[in-house]
Design a protein around this ligand. Structure first.
Ligand code: ADP
Length: 211
């Protein structure tokens, strides 16, 4: 099995991470999405979901026995202690599942993959995923895009943004900083240039362009 390099992609909520991650994918780079992994470890019928119910009670379950993410989200966004409890359940399970996916990609012969996560610097993981790509944007644009994407009001958007790392911490940890203030096409061009720089830096062939 060849060694595989996993580089990081992070940024605040609604910064444009998924847009960049989708671009990397379109250029043939597998992306392990921490959000998706986090959903998988508490999917219906998992031991992870049982642990969440043990901590928060049956009120976090929907009628069909799956996790009611909205109820849980409201509980943890409003309460830092509840958030810490939930993170204590999910983060170790996410780490195990991420490692399993990483091994599967390495076994499949991929030399390079991306780990996309909103919380990465916050968890002290920046150095585990070098080079680290950070997507950043000014707060007013972030609030606007978040409100529009998730259909929430400005106060709720502000609360969710405040629950994350400060942009200053993120910028300090970045090897590549993408500032997403222009049109989408500009972000995609920056993502392309960044991916080329990463493969160059690692001595890997460049990935084909998206046509
Ligand atoms: P994240 O994954 O960081 O939460 P997304 O990639 O989902 O962020 O982007 C947040 C929202 O902003 C999405 O609705 C996305 O389509 C939109 N968006 C991202 N970049 C731009 C841009 N440069 N111009 C306009 N809208 C954008």
């Amino acid at each position: 099995m060849g060694a595989m390099h996993l580089f990081g992609l992070t940024g605040g909520i609604a910064s444009g991470k998924s847009t960049v991650g989708a671009r990397f994918r379109a250029r043939g780079i597998p992306v392990i999405d921490a959000d998706e992994v986090a959903r998988a470890v508490v999917a219906k019928g998992t031991e992870g979901l049982a642990a969440v119910v043990a901590a928060f009670g049956g009120r976090v379950l929907a009628d069909d026995g799956s996790l009611d993410r909205k109820v849980l989200g409201n509980l943890v966004f409003a309460d830092p202690n509840a958030r810490a409890t939930l993170n204590g359940i999910t983060h170790p399970r996410v780490a195990v599942e991420t490692a399993a996916r990483q091994e599967a990609l390495a076994a499949a012969g991929h030399p390079l993959a991306c780990y996309e996560a909103a919380l990465l610097i916050e968890l002290g993981l920046a150095d585990a995923f070098r080079p680290l790509v950070v997507v950043d944007l000014p707060r007013p644009i972030q609030e606007e895009r978040l409100c529009e994407r998730d259909g929430i009001d400005r106060a709720e958007a502000s609360r969710r943004i405040d629950a994350q790392a400060t942009p200053k911490d993120r910028r300090a940890a970045a090897d590549f900083l993408l500032t997403n203030i222009g049109p989408r096409e500009e972000l995609l061009a920056d993502a392309d240039a960044t991916l080329n720089a990463i493969t160059d830096r690692l001595g890997l062939p460049r990935q084909p362009a998206v046509v």
